[in-house]
Design a protein around this ligand. Sequence first.
Ligand code: UDP
Length: 476
Amino acid sequence: MAESDNLKPHAIFIPYPLQGHVIPSVELAIKLASRGFKITFVNTQSIHHHTSKAQPKTGGNLFAAAREAGQDIDYTTVSDGLPVEFDRSLNHDQFMASLLHVFSAHVDELVGKLVKSSVNTAPVTCLIADTFFVWPGKVAKKYDLLYVSFWTEPALVYSLYFHVDLLRKNGHFACHDVREDDINYIPGVKSIDPSDMMSYLQDANVTTVCHQIIFNAFKDVRESHYVLCNTVEEIESETITPLHAKIPFYAIGPLFPNRFNKSIVATSLWSESDRSQWLNTKPQGSVLYVSFGSYAHVSKRDLIEIADGLELSKVNFVWVLRPDIVSSEDTDPLPSGFKERTSDRGIIIQWCCQKSVLAHPAIGGFLTHCGWNSTLESIWCSVPLLCFPLLTDQFTNRKLIVDDWKVGTNLCDWKVVKKEVVSNKINHLMDVKSGDEFRKAVAKVRKTMENALKPNGSSEQNIDTFIKDLKAGMRK
Ligand code: UDP
C-alpha cells in the first residue's frame, strides 16, 4: 500500500452563503466524509440561523445526524460581516460588498484557529471553498493548505469566466461597441451567441460589486490546486477536455443525497411545505411545477403575465412563490383573484422540498429560472423544462437545456412575456404528443447521469482520481 493511502485528509469546507451553493456543498462534504475525509464544515451565522429556524429539530449542529451515521464531520459558523437579521435579499449589493471586503478577515481568523487547534489531533490539510470567493487561494497559502475550488455551476460557465480576458481582448466584453457576433475562439466552446453568456458578461456597466467579485474570484482560482465541478463529464466533455490542460478539473456531479430526496443534513433556508397528498390525487404527468429558485427576482409585470398564462393554460400546478419574489417590500404580487380562480387545480406555497416534488409521478414539467441545481434535479427526475432565465448563469444553462440537450423549451423566445404565449408554451410542453420529444431527450440525459454515478462511472472515477491526486499533493 502506498504511504499516501494512509493519509486522512482534513478539509475545512466553506460554501458560498447562498441556498443554491450550500445544497451541493453539503452533499459534497458528505460524499468526501464517506470516502475517509475529516471535514470541518463552516456555514455563515446567517445561513445557520435561517436553516435551524426553518427546521428547529436540527438543534445547534446541522451535521449531528451525519456524525451519528459515522461520518467525521465537525460543524461551526463564521460571521459574514453583517448582523444575522440583516435582510440580504433586499440589500443585495451591501451583502455582496460584505462578502467581497469583510468576509475574508473573519475566515482568516477562523482558519487560523482551526489550523492551530488541530495540529496535534487531525491537522487541517486543505481548504475547500466556493470558486466565487475572492480569498481562498490567499488564505490557503497563508496556512500552507491545499486549495480545492468547488464550482457549483456547469463547466461551460466556468470556462467563459475563466476566459474573460480573452472575451475582453476580442471585443465581446467590457468595451464601447461590444461585438454581437458569435464567440468561437474559446477553447472547448464551439460557438456561443453573446446573449447566451452569463448576465454579468452581458452588462454594460462592469464596475458593480458582482463584477469585482467575479474578476477577483477568477484571478484567485488560478491559485487553486484542484477544481471540483458539479457537472457530468459526458454532457460537457467538449468544454471540460481543454480545461484539463489548464487546471486539474474534475467533473463529479450530479451531487445528490444517497436517497435523492432525503438528505441526512437539513439545508433549506425556509420551512418546507409538504403537498404530496394533493399531488397523489393528480394524474401522472399532469402537474406543472413552477419555481424561480431561492435568489432571483421577477418583475411584477412578468409575474402577472406568467400567472395569467398559467390560468389560461388550464393545467394543474404547484407554484413556489417566495414572499420576496418581486421584492421583500411587495409580498403579494399576484393578480387579484388569481388564487381563488385557480384553487381547484393549483397550489401556491412559499417553499418545498423541491427534490420530492420533482420526483413525484404527477409532475410533468418544470417552469424554471434555469438554476443549475434545478436543472440537474429536473433531468434526474426525467422532467422536461420550460425555461425562463432571469440572471447570472441561468442564460447559459438555458442554452445547454434547450439548444444542446433539447430537454426543454423557452418560455418566451426572448420576446416580452405575454400570457397567450406562456399558455401555449405550457400546453406544448405538458401535452402527451407535443411534449414527447422533450421527455425522450430528458430520459436519455438522465441515463447518462445515472451511468456517471455508477461505481465505474465517470463522476465516481473522477472523485477517486481527485482523492488520489490530493493525497499525492499532501505528501509534497
Ligand atoms: N429548492 C427547494 N425548494 C424550493 C425551491 C428550491 O428545495 O421550494 C432548492 C432546489 O431543489 C435547488 C436549490 O433550492 O437545489 C435552488 O438552486 P438553483 O441552482 O436551482 O437556483 P438558485 O436558487 O441558486 O437560483
